[in-house]
Design a protein around this ligand. Structure first.
Ligand SMILES: [Zn+2]
Ligand SMILES: [Zn+2]
Length: 216
């Protein structure tokens, strides 16, 4: 397999931080480091990976609060999310304070991402899919060769992301899932921001919010 992936649940929200390693080069990306950076770095070491970047699906605290600390420590860039999540990044210090997270400053990614962008990890390439709804700047990373996607809080096994946040929109979220993710194929395995992995095919059949039977 060209990439190896380790999931490290972080923060009191048990957010699935992933480490994606290119097997050819040993280079790796950390996806959504929301906290517990020491545990993430232990997993990186166990994988014998060399981190070259941090990539973010969206700017909620449980997904990004440790990004800037890791950027400074590892001297690597942050890529993503889409710039429509900038207001969440600006509000990060306050969000951390209110949720009892360790203090985090607001930060700006080195690269904002848009629909159709490509993100490299070593010699491997991830595709960027803009999936607004849970947050306006939410993106999904797809690694086509292994049929795997990191979907953050867009879709879960049996559920979908919350949309009761500022600038959340349930119609947009369902359109993102049904029109942008499901056409990628039933055989795509996805790693959600929380909880167990599933496949798009399984959710098309069984997910009460987005199943085909609901939309005919
Ligand atoms: Zn979220
Ligand atoms: Zn989350």
């Amino acid at each position: 397999m060209p990439i190896q992936c380790t999931i490290v649940p972080v923060t009191p929200y048990q957010q699935n931080c992933s480490i994606i390693k290119c097997e050819t080069t040993g280079k790796a990306a950390i996806v959504d480091p929301g906290g517990d950076e020491e545990r993430i770095l232990v997993a990186v070491e166990q994988m014998e990976a060399s981190v070259e970047k941090i990539i973010l699906t969206h700017a909620h605290l449980d997904h990004c609060a440790a990004s800037d600390v890791l950027r400074r420590q590892l001297l690597v860039p942050i890529e993503g999310p889409h710039c429509d999540d900038e207001f969440w990044l600006q509000g990060l210090p306050k969000a951390c304070e209110m949720s009892g997270f360790p203090p985090a400053s607001s930060f700006t990614p080195d690269r904002w991402l848009v629909q159709g962008d490509r993100v490299t990890v070593g010699e491997q390439t991830l595709q960027v899919i803009h999936c607004p709804g849970h947050t306006p700047g939410h993106i999904v990373f797809l690694y086509e060769p292994q049929k795997v996607a990191w979907v953050g809080d867009v879709l879960f096994q049996g559920s979908i992301g919350r949309t009761d946040f500022p600038r959340g929109n349930q119609e947009d979220l369902i359109a993102s899932i049904r029109e942008k993710l499901f056409p990628l194929g039933d055989d795509i395995t996805f790693i959600p921001g929380h909880g167990p992995t599933s496949t798009f095919g399984h959710e098309r059949e069984t997910n009460p919010f987005v199943a085909d039977s609901r939309y005919g």
